[in-house]
Design a protein around this ligand. Structure first.
Ligand code: MG
Length: 378
């Protein structure tokens, strides 16, 4: 039970020093004598929140209608940075694991938010895994530091707002009628993403082509098992106006995927096969590009390094997301001028966003000039 603050306890427990008529506690006085005015450290707080999905979301192996997230804040000298961890259940994190992870951190020890390397290295080394929880701290810290500097991160990184890509919009697996309806609703998007990897793959594409000729990209989520059948399918998809294929086969099938990339008429992008900076090297020569997600790679700082490493190796870069609020989406959007393709539609799939941030205008990611990650609270 914390001791209730009252004047009697304060005087009883504190040696007071009188300095020019001002009474100061002894510890503050001795710090002042050393020239170190005590400075408050970073204050981290967090709150679990459940995102409501507008449509039931179906992947190759599962469906769901909510996504658990953790909303974080880092406060420093009256300025607040916002962050978020999105934790779809199949990735293994939860509000419970994030609570454990975040409760164990002591950010109060850091009194200079600009020491991002030092702070984020401490966060990363404090436990293994927990990549979304780590990202929630990274995003809040970036938002805070950008706000202190008065600039959005794309500018701090020297990127051009006009170079943002268009974003794809995901059409989940569903009945033919619902798919057609979803495609019609997505008329403003310049590229649609389709989840494949089931028996009904061709049917799904044909259904979309009945109502739209917009370019497509497909995400197989490791669903194809035979490389020759996969190659036939990729040729067929190219004829249907597909631009690239994400994670066609299981990430363990490296040799098959390398063969597929060599023979494929479309770029093949690693998603499940690449999580963090240390995974990028292994995808060179196996895939044409990588899909970077803040929740997989611990946040903006590592994502920026991954994008630069991939680009230096002539790999294509895609920036993707989970279902997230506009907080994590706007954070990812700061990096999007470095990406060939973006899949940043996670905030558009939910009905209870808590923030306003980056907008999609004519299908293109459109950054604003708000400092930090570019969000306001709704
Ligand atoms: Mg994917």
């Amino acid at each position: 039970m914390p001791m209730k603050f009252n004047r009697r306890n304060f005087i009883k427990n504190t040696t007071l020093i009188s300095l020019g008529g001002i009474i100061l506690p002894h510890n503050i006085y001795s710090n002042m004598k050393k020239g170190n005015l005590p400075k408050a450290g970073l204050k981290l707080s967090f709150e679990p929140y459940n995102l409501q999905l507008k449509h039931v979301f179906t992947l190759a192996n599962s469906s769901r209608s909510t996504t658990p997230v953790m909303l974080t804040k880092i406060e420093f000298e009256g300025i607040t940075g916002f962050g978020e961890a999105s934790m779809p259940p199949y990735l293994g994190e939860s509000q419970e694991s994030a609570t454990r992870f975040l409760s164990a951190l002591n950010l109060q020890q850091f009194t200079d938010p600009f020491r991002m390397d030092e702070i984020l290295e401490y966060v990363d080394l404090s436990a293994s895994g927990n990549t979304a929880a780590k990202a929630s701290v990274d995003i809040a810290l970036h938002d805070l530091v950008g706000k202190i500097m008065g600039q959005p991160w794309y500018k701090i990184w020297g990127l051009s707002a006009e170079k943002t890509p268009v974003t794809s919009f995901t059409i989940g697996i569903d009945t033919s009628e619902v798919v057609k309806q979803k495609v019609k609703e997505a008329a403003g998007f310049k590229i649609l993403k389709v989840k494949l990897g089931r028996e009904t793959d061709k049917e799904m594409i044909e259904t979309i082509r009945m109502v739209s000729d917009v370019p497509l990209c497909v995400d197989v989520n490791q669903g194809w098992k035979d490389k020759k059948e996969a190659l036939d399918m990729i040729f067929w998809l190219k004829e249907k106006g597909v631009e690239y294929v994400e994670q066609p086969m299981p990430k363990e099938s490296k040799d098959e995927i390398a063969w597929l990339t060599q023979n494929s008429p479309l770029p093949l992008i690693a998603d499940e096969a690449v999580q963090r900076l240390t995974d990028v090297q292994a995808t060179i020569g196996v895939y044409s590009g990588i899909n970077i997600k803040l929740m997989k790679c611990t946040g903006m700082r590592e994502a920026h390094k991954m994008m630069n490493l991939a680009r230096a190796n002539k790999m294509k870069v895609m920036i993707g997301c989970m279902t997230e609020t506009s907080c994590a989406i706007s954070a990812a959007a700061q990096l999007s001028p470095l990406a060939t393709w973006a899949d940043l539609d996670g905030n558009l799939l939910i009905s209870n966003d808590r923030y306003a941030g980056v907008k999609i205008v004519d299908g293109k990611i459109t950054l604003n000039d708000l400092p930090g990650i570019g969000i306001g609270i709704l």
